[in-house]
Every structure is written in C-alpha cells, then in structure tokens.
Design a protein around this ligand. Structure first.
Ligand code: SF4
Length: 719
C-alpha cells in the first residue's frame, strides 16, 4: 500500500494566503485540508480552497494540462511538439537577433501574481539584467498597482501597515471597494468571529452594490461607482468640523495637511452626498464612527484600485487615517488586501516595469546602481518599461516584436479585448508559458512552454499581511513540464551564450539559492528579511516582514513609532481631488457597468472551471440589473440581452437583483469566450466582460479602470 504523504503549501487563489496540507501518494493529490498551524487561516478553508484537490484530478490534468513544449516555425502552421532544447534554442536565437536588430526594448515580458517569489525574481533579472529592457510587467498591474502608488505617495513605502490580528482588535471596520465575503472569505470569517466576540464592533461598507458583505454591515453607503475620493474627503471634512482629527499626531508625524485642509473645506456633506448618491446623515454617521473610535481599520481592494483615479482613491483613504491617527496602533490602519496569492511577492522583487528589487524605484539612479552592483552588471537600463496596457499597445504598434507571457491570460483579462487580440496576432513571436493549454492566450502562442503549477512547485509566497510562507512540492513535475524559474534560467543561459555575456547571472540550481539572493537584496530596505532563511520558515512557520538580521520575529504592524520611511520620517498628505470616472454615462450608453469576482470562481477559471461543485453558486455568466430597469425595458428574468459599450458587446442572460440600483449593472469577471461563443455572442472578436471594459489608466499607477464602463443594455432579438 502506498503511503499517504502530507505536504505544507498555501492555497493558490486569493491573497489571504491560507495554509493548506496536501495529501498525496506522490503521483496525484488525494485531498487537501486547512493547515491548523498557519496563522492566516488556522485550519479554515473556503469553498475554493477546500476543493483544490478536485481541480488537480488526473482526468482533468490530462484534458487541460500543457505537458510538452510546442513550437510553430511559421505563423500559419499549427504548433507541434518539440524538445526543450530545440524550443529554447529557437527562442534564444530569435531573441538575440531581435535584440541586435531592434534593440532590447523590442522584447516584452508579461508575467503574473500567481508566480512564486523565486520565479518572479528570475524573470525580473532576465528582463532587466540580461535582455536589458524594463519591459516586464504583470497582471498585478490590473490588481494592486494603485495600492502600491497610494502607499508610496503617503507613507513612503509599499507596505501595508496592519495585520490580520487587527480585525480582532478594532472597534470600526471600514470596508470599501471590496466584497470581502466573496473575494477574501477566510479573512471575512475573522471579521464574523470578531463581531461575535465584540458586539460593539461596527462595520461600515461603501460599495456601489449591495453585496453580501454590504448586507451584513451596520452602515451601508451605496456610493455611485468611482466617487470614493469625494466620500473620503467628505468624511475628513466632517472630522475637521467635529474636532475628530488628531492635530498632535498631524503636527508630529505628517506634512502637507494645510493644503488638504483647504481642499476638503469644499467637500460639504450636501455636496458629497450628491456626488456619491448617498444620504447626508449616513455620511455624517460614517465619519463619526470612523473618527471617534479607539481603533478604525479599513479593508479595501479592487474597488479602489481598478480605476483611472485609483492612486487618488488610495491616498484619500490613507489621508483619513493619518488625520485621525488611525494608524500604527493595534486594530487600526489602512489595510489594502492583495487580490492574487503572490502579488506581494512580485512587488518585493520589483517584478514590474517601474520597480526594482526590494521596493527600489527604477527612476532612482542610486537604486539602479545598487541593483547593478548586486547583480554584477554594468547598469540597469534607465528607460521606464511599458506597463500592462502600454505593453500591449506597443505590441500592436509593432514596437515590441516578441512577447513572453507567463502564468496569465491577457486574451481574457485585459480591457478592450479587441485590441489585445489584435496585438497578439500582430506580434512576431508570442510565447505562452502556462500549466494549462486551455486559456484563450494559448490560441495565439507560437511557442507553448509547459510549466508546473500548484502542488508541484516549491518556493515562497507573501500574503496580504506581509507574511512569507515556504511552499513545498507534493508531486513531481508532470510530463515534460518544468518549474517557471527553471524555464527562465535554461533560456537565459542559452541567450547569455549567444549574446557573448559572461555566464554568471543565473548560477542557481535550487529555489533556495534564488531566494537567498533576493534576501540579500533587501538588506537595509523597508522589507528587510535578512534575518530569515528557508530553514527558519520551515522550523518556525510563516513569518512577516520586515525581519532583519538579529530579529527574533517579524513586525505585526508598521509605524507604531510614528516614523515613516520618507526623507524626513514624516508621512505625507496628498491633496486629493475627486475626478469623475473616465467614461461617464450618457444618453446612448446610460448604464454604469461594474465588474467583480463571484464567490466560487477564480480569475479566468482555468482551475476553478474544472470543479463541478464550484458552479453550484452561479452556473453561468449573467448581467445583474435592477428590477425597475428590467421592467422598463420589458426584460424578464433570464432573458438574453446585449450589453454594449463603445468597444464591444456581449450577450448574457439578465438577472434581477436588489443588489443593484437603477442605472447600474454588474457582470462577474470570470467567464471568457468558451462560455459565451455558444450563444453566437459578440461577433467582433472580443469575449467576456472585457469585450466592453475600457483601457483608461491611472496616471500614476497605470492601472486600468476595469471597475467602470458606460454601456447600453437591450433585449436580444434572437431567432
Ligand atoms: Fe484560498 Fe483565499 Fe479561500 Fe483562503 S480565503 S482558502 S486563500 S481562496
């Protein structure tokens, strides 16, 4: 009888980062359970986490997994299986020739917050250290970049100051732009437990939709989409009037308050209530609850981030915390929740177009020199790389000739799909590195590189509360699949030879060697982890950063001493001004469309879409509308409707719900072409909700406004 092995890892879905124990016989995953010792979840798992083993069944693996490299030499041919050596040799020659002919910026890498930290580190070094381009960005750009920019502009560093434990210690939880009950379920369980333990704990939710999270709130503010800055400025206005700001804290630990104070004078309750579409008395009550409480904790996510003014939204909320001194103490702080399992790890290694290792900035010459020294290269290129939306525009314009996509599916997840697909068709070479061959992006791949996935990988991830977990592999690599970092390194060594570069940049044989180099890059930085090692993570369990050399533990919460990582140690108020959404509604496109996650699906459903149980909550895509709007248009529940924006259209069943106010609509983000094409939908080369979303981006974070588009909704006249 084969012995059952138990392996510690984390759930590969959301940024809560729950610990799991994988039960396997070495060839397949037999079961999964919550890790009772993991501080993120103490054994609890949500519906997605508890069905992870079902997504890894051998039958599904056979159907969906990419198990062998595939290559097509001419665009018109189909891909055929090829050996790793042939495939990587072909790629390296193509890269070398393209770099010589068009320069390093003719190459782009589009990677993912699903990758482990070690994978991310190697890809970043490959792009910036070997190829010589900063054209490396990630799907975290669609997810967290406004949170990064908001933290940096105000607090001086990309570091969430609070921790999960704060939920049990707070008096007021302000949830904004987050359906936590669906998107971060196990964190929401903590909140439910905290409310049971402390009936005086108040929960305020601000959201355009009356989500399940909002239904449970003590106070619900159904703000109009995109009006968050007005809401936060209005709350600060009330706090000023009612003497709820902490001038001693402001004077000692911040700067820039005078200008903001001047600005928020105009955000009177009547003005803000009108902009946000809420009642004045609810706004006042929210401000009083937030400002008067001993400790107020904000939890926020894509509702703030996925916006053309996402950075201002983040900064305006942090302003409110700084002005009321609701930061740096137990139970308080602006706590941005990460969407993906390792969005935080990607930020740590600087795996984005504007960042460098250990939270360094590409725009800073000293930071570039430090990284060049660490890597033993002459310099890191200064020219900013293309961020996600910009990168696909550059591919479409022919500036980027080769695009390497790893562990993500832009042909479904990027806004204005028509243009993304046009870019993928135009590129000279598209490489897709993925565990699954079923994603829409694979259809555009000239080269398919099979990668390992959850239960097969090892390395580290960092969750929303800065906690690093060591992950071990339960299974061997299937077929000819390789780990993501291995693929990048094997390729890099071949490219080094062709470019006549010394073969010194990628000496690693294990993930530990990669992680140790990453660790050294953090020395003296805000996220210093020089006191950690793989051994400590295995012996002591997951640890939070910072954890510098000599420390016995990481830091639960940051800025308790009132010192911020800015030049003068003071946090900075940002003078935030409300800007309307990028595409306002009008007579032709009168509905405000918002998008978001459903409870039991994850991203483009490559994994959750293989688990029957996860369709029990919602079995097919739909557009959620108010009963009033449906009645006015003679639409009955379940009728098919065209949802059309200036960019594209899709056909979906309409579902009536009181979660949506008249004039608004909601579509879940998960379904792609395979689920809508059967209806003969679209017909314009675009699929799913991103057929209609727009690529307007925030000027600082470059995050696209996936949360709002103006659409019209008309009953479908089908034969
Ligand atoms: Fe996985 Fe997130 Fe659910 Fe935890 S809360 S089990 S990390 S999906």
């Amino acid at each position: 009888m084969t012995a059952i092995r138990q392996t510690r890892a984390t759930c590969c879905y959301c940024g809560v980062g729950c610990g799991v124990i994988i039960e396997s016989d070495g060839t397949q995953v037999l079961g999964v359970k919550g890790d009772p010792e993991h501080p993120a979840n103490y054994g609890r798992l949500c519906t997605k986490g508890s069905t992870l083993h079902l997504s890894a069944s051998p039958v599904l693996q056979q159907q969906a997994r990419a198990l062998h490299p595939e290559l097509r030499l001419e665009r018109s041919d189909t891909r055929t299986p090829a050996s790793w050596d042939v495939t990587l040799d072909f790629m390296a020659k193509k890269f070398a020739n393209t770099i010589r002919e068009h320069g390093p910026d003719s190459i782009g890498f589009y990677i993912s917050g699903q990758l482990l930290t070690e994978d991310y580190y190697v890809f970043n070094k490959l792009a910036k250290g070997l190829v010589g381009t900063n054209n490396i960005d990630t799907n975290s750009r669609l997810c967290m970049s406004s949170a990064v920019a908001g933290y940096k502009q105000t607090l001086g560093a990309d570091a969430p100051p609070a921790c999960y434990e704060d939920i049990a210690l707070t008096e007021v939880v302000f949830i904004v732009g987050s359906n936590t009950a669906y998107a971060h379920p196990i964190l929401y369980r903590r909140l439910e437990m905290a409310r049971r333990a402390n009936p005086k704990l108040k929960v305020i939710v601000a959201d355009p939709r009356k989500t399940d999270t909002a239904r449970e709130a003590d106070l619900f503010l159904p703000i109009l989409p995109g009006t968050d800055v007005a809401l936060f400025n209005g709350m600060l206005h009330i706090c000023l009037w009612e003497d709820l700001v902490d001038m001693a804290y402001i004077d000692a630990h911040t700067e820039g308050f005078a200008a903001l104070k001047q600005t928020v004078r105009d955000y009177t309750p009547a003005y803000v209530a009108d902009i946000c579409g809420i009642r004045e008395q609810d706004l006042v009550e929210a401000a009083r609850l937030f400002g008067k409480s001993r400790a107020s904790l904000s939890l926020y996510c894509q509702g703030l981030n996925q916006s053309a003014s996402g950075t201002a939204k983040n900064a305006a909320l942090i302003n409110l915390h700084l002005a009321t001194a609701q930061i740096g103490k137990p139970g308080a702080g602006p706590f941005s929740l990460t969407g993906q399992p390792n969005a935080m790890g990607g930020r740590e290694v600087g795996g984005m177009a504007n960042l460098l290792s250990a939270h360094r900035d590409l725009a800073n010459p000293e930071h570039r020199a430090e990284v060049a020294r660490l890597w033993g290269i002459d310099d890191v290129p200064a020219k900013p790389g293309k961020t996600a939306v910009e990168m696909f525009e550059a591919v479409r314009a022919g500036e980027i000739k080769i695009l390497w996509i790893a562990c993500t599916n832009p042909a479904q997840s990027m806004p204005e799909q028509k243009l993304i697909r046009e870019a993928l068709r135009k590129a000279e070479l598209v490489i897709v590195q993925d565990a699954y061959k079923t994603t829409a992006s694979v259809d555009y791949a000239d080269i398919l590189l099979p990668a390992t996935t959850w239960s097969e990988k090892e390395g580290t991830v960092t969750n929303s509360e800065r906690r690093i977990t060591r992950i071990k592999a339960a299974l061997d690599k299937p077929g000819e699949a390789l780990h993501d970092w291995e693929i990048a390194i094997r390729f890099a060594r071949k490219l080094e030879a062709l470019l006549d570069k010394p073969r010194t940049l990628f000496p690693y044989e294990t993930t530990e060697e990669i992680w140790n180099e990453h660790r050294e890059s953090t020395r003296g930085r805000d996220l210093d982890i020089t006191g950690l090692s793989y051994r400590i993570l295995e012996e002591k369990g997951p640890q939070q950063w910072p954890f510098p050399e000599g420390a016995n533990s990481g830091k639960k919460r940051l800025y308790e001493d009132g010192l911020f990582p800015t030049a003068n140690g003071k946090a900075r108020f940002v003078n935030t001004i409300y800007q309307p959404v990028a595409e306002p509604v009008d007579v032709r496109y009168p509905f405000r469309l918002t998008t978001g996650r459903l409870r039991d699906q994850w991203h483009g459903m490559s994994r959750t879409g293989t688990v029957a149980q996860l369709f029990a909550h919602q079995s097919e895509p739909s557009v959620v509308m108010s009963a009033l709007d449906m009645e006015r248009r003679s639409i009955r529940n379940g009728d098919l409707v065209h949802v059309t924006s200036r960019r594209g259209s899709q056909i979906l069943p309409a579902i009536s719900s009181d979660e949506i106010r008249p004039g608004q609509a909601f579509i879940g983000m998960h379904w792609g072409e395979e689920y809508v094409s059967g209806r003969g939908a679209n017909g314009d080369g675009s699929y799913g909700v991103n057929a209609v979303t727009l690529p307007a981006i925030d000027p600082y974070s470059k995050q696209p406004e996936l949360k709002h588009a103006a659409v019209k909704i008309l009953k479908a006249d089908l034969p």
